[in-house]
Design a protein around this ligand. Structure first.
Ligand SMILES: NC(=O)c1ccc[n+]([C@@H]2O[C@H](COP(=O)([O-])OP(=O)(O)OC[C@H]3O[C@@H](n4cnc5c(N)ncnc54)[C@H](OP(=O)(O)O)[C@@H]3O)[C@@H](O)[C@H]2O)c1
Length: 311
């Protein structure tokens, strides 16, 4: 099945779209996707099995990076996904593996590093074109900040990303960990999505989400549950989430994901998990409808910021 023949109701694998249909880089995808970073915690066989299960459950958008497990995650994606699954694989550049550290990556922001990052992804994913690549900045949100030669002007980076798109190596450009000002500057090159840290309990980027909505840009929050790192506020620990979950008879994580889907129509989810039960729960969150009173209670949760604890 070609991407142009994608159904709004069913994935190419014949599963019902989880969370309904959304649009990413000009393609229809299920609004519940999968963030593959947690796969690095599994062995190869288990990681492949989890990806196959994701496809069966109706996921056809997978987020990855060469620096997840130093190429391991991309390699299992290449082994697990078949062309006929027509899964939209989205990667990112702007960092490289640094295994062994508390955050297993270091920045690689210079234009030649971005180009090399795309080449590495093409090779490990076994693709001729990566449909969408996020330029992973470090202006904003938790984690690393650039120093020295890693402080690179956004326009210089956008120029190489646009060249890579012209050359057909990438299909579309996204931005990650970008500031509001950076996003405004980048609009002229055509931005398919923004991937910033954002969840029900950490909503500093509400203005950016609204700009994306106005510009027809997909909002693909990372850490949609608060991530696996210590130091970041967790959706599942929020009392209002627990109350809503109990009232609806669902899991707290599902409330956090359902809230994201209902909060803005341009939101696409990429929750990460290494657990088959959680994978299923996350897809089932796409079918939960929160009533007005529950939404109001969740909207009233104060936003909190945090940072990754590096002990
Ligand atoms: N652009 C960027 O710079 C950037 C940065 C970080 C991440 N990302 C992407 O965003 C994706 C999502 O971020 P993330 O994986 O770090 O964080 P996340 O999705 O917010 O949370 C993942 C954590 O939540 C747990 N979890 C998942 N589903 C659950 C459920 N139903 N019930 C209870 N716990 C659950 C996972 O543990 P279990 O494994 O036990 O389920 C894991 O500890 C990543 O996988 C990656 O693709 C992008």
């Amino acid at each position: 099945m070609t991407s142009t023949a994608r159904s709004t109701q069913l994935t190419a694998a014949g599963a019902a779209r989880v969370g309904g249909p959304g649009t990413l880089a000009g393609r229809t995808v299920s609004r519940v996707g999968y963030g593959a970073m947690q796969l690095r915690r599994l062995d190869r066989e288990a990681a492949i099995a989890l990806l196959r299960r994701a496809v069966e459950l109706g996921i056809d958008h997978v987020d990855t990076a060469q620096f997840y497990g130093n190429g391991f995650v991309n390699e299992v994606i290449a082994a697990a996904l078949r062309p006929e699954d027509d899964v939209l694989v989205v990667s990112k550049v702007g960092a490289e593996p640094a295994e062994g550290g508390p955050i297993p990556l270091r920045l690689a922001q210079r234009p030649e590093q971005l180009r090399a990052g795309v080449e590495d992804n093409l090779s490990s994913l076994g693709l001729e074109q990566i449909p969408l690549v996020n330029l992973r900045r470090a202006d904003h949100g938790p984690g690393l900040r650039p120093e020295g030669d890693q402080i690179v002007d956004l326009d210089d980076q956008l120029a190489v990303m646009a060249d890579l798109r012209d050359e057909g190596k990438i299909g579309a450009i996204g931005l990650s960990s970008v500031s509001l000002d950076g996003l405004r500057r980048a609009l002229r090159v055509g931005i398919a999505c923004v991937q910033n840290a954002y969840s029900l309990v950490s909503r500093d980027d509400e203005d950016m989400l609204r700009l994306c909505l106005a510009e027809g840009i997909a909002w693909v929050p990372y850490f949609p549950l608060g991530g696996a790192y210590a130091g970041l506020p967790k959706v599942t620990e929020e009392p209002a989430v627990a109350t809503a979950a109990q009232a609806l008879g669902v899991a707290p994580a599902q409330i956090g994901l359902a809230w994201l889907l209902q909060h803005a129509p341009n939101t696409l989810l990429i929750p990460g998990t290494a657990d088959l039960g959680h994978l299923r729960a996350n897809t089932e969150a796409g079918a939960i409808t929160l009533d007005e009173a529950t939404l109001a209670a969740l909207d009233a949760v104060p936003t909190r910021s945090g940072d990754i604890e590096v002990a």
